[in-house]
Write a protein that binds this ligand. Structure first.
Ligand code: GLA
Length: 348
């Protein structure tokens, strides 16, 4: 195993570093200080060729100017908060509404656009840290957050998150990597098979805010309890697929108890690469790149077209601060937030 550090680019006069972790299989993960980004993941396909399964940008300028959360760590509250409003102990907070001026999405982009501090740990891990001052984007608390990316010899990429605040606050951290397991630039992901370990999901209204229902997936396009092609039902006549413009929904992971559980398995038809996602968190968002429309060029100058990638974002349920019965996202002053998500890669 090895970790190497390089200068990736310069932003406002400051060098932004990249890190490459490599294992004995030749699997190579590239990470960036900007947004604590998962930038590249080269892995062998069934023919033994190394392919990059992360869709995104290949310049700092691309990440900064044209990014749509590709590969970044998102916080302080990943996903949506209705009207950007919530209460903690009776105090109402208003946070940045960066989605059409009405909804808070991905914490207003704070954590994902920050340049994080970095530290190499041993020969197979990198730790990123960020300090979010009290009130940034409207969120309470001085929050110290860290994420460690660790690659194993067995092609497990483990993300371990931690955060503490000096004031009671809400926290929801995720990684927003866009995957195409046939390789970036190889077309759409509709023929990947997907299995999601969820009997329920959180339906949304026409502006993607959860209705509050935990609906059964049975008999709907949202039933991924048995593996099926992502594209099989994506065009079905179903209100939720209209509301999301495709899949852009949170699934409630079965048997959630805070320990590491298998949440999803994706398998690519052409490369034979499979990815299993395990997490300690209660939810996972399947987003099928519905808002990508080919107007933005990604790696190698190839336009990022609709459905050229999917995201599996582990999280608490969207808008949890306004649903007190759902698994909590509220942490006392000094109480530590921790979570772990593992992406395991294999060939089938
Ligand atoms: C999340 C959201 C999507 C979209 C993407 C970024 O996955 O759920 O609706 O906003 O982020 O475009």
């Amino acid at each position: 195993m090895s970790v190497t550090k390089n200068v990736y680019g310069v932003l406002n006069g400051t060098s932004v570093h990249s890190f490459v972790i490599e294992n004995k299989n030749g699997t190579r993960v590239q990470l960036l200080e900007k947004g604590a980004t998962l930038d590249k993941l080269f892995i062998k396909n069934r023919d033994g060729e190394l392919i990059d399964v992360i869709v995104g940008h290949d310049t700092l300028e691309g990440h900064v100017e044209r990014g749509d959360y590709q590969g970044v760590v998102v916080g302080q509250y990943a996903n949506r908060i209705k009207d950007g409003k919530f209460s903690v102990d009776g105090v109402e907070y208003s946070v940045t509404c960066n989605e059409n001026g009405v909804t808070s999405l991905h914490g207003g982009g704070e954590y994902s656009s920050a340049i994080w501090n970095s530290e190499i740990l041993g020969d197979n891990a990198v730790k990123f840290t960020y300090h979010s001052p009290d009130g940034t984007e409207g969120f309470p608390g001085n929050v110290d957050v860290s994420v460690v990316y660790e690659l194993s010899e067995d092609n497990d990429l483990t993300l371990t998150y931690a955060a503490t605040s000096d004031k009671k606050t809400i926290i929801n951290l995720t990684n927003h990597a866009y995957f195409n397991l046939n390789g970036t630039g190889s077309g759409d992901i509709l023929s990947h098979t997907m299995k999601i370990n969820a009997k329920r999901y959180t339906p949304i209204d026409e502006i993607s805010i959860p209705t509050g229902e935990l609906a059964s997936v049975a008999g709907t396009p949202f039933d991924f309890t048995e593996p099926k092609a992502i594209g099989r039902d994506i065009g079905a006549d179903h209100l939720q697929l209209k509301n999301g413009n495709g899949y852009d929904h949170n699934f409630c992971i079965a048997d959630y108890d805070g320990t590491l559980k298998e949440a999803a398995v994706a398998v690519a038809d052409k490369s034979g690469i499979s990815m299993t996602v395990k997490t300690t968190l209660p939810g996972i968002q399947l987003y099928t790149g519905n808002f990508l429309n080919g107007s933005v060029e990604g790696k190698n100058g190839i336009p990022m077209t609709q459905r050229c990638a999917f995201c599996l974002e582990t999280q608490v349920f969207p808008d949890t601060p306004n649903h007190p019965l759902w698994p909590t996202c509220t942490y006392d002053a000094g109480e530590e937030y921790t979570s772990q998500t593992v992406f395991s890669f294999d060939i089938i």
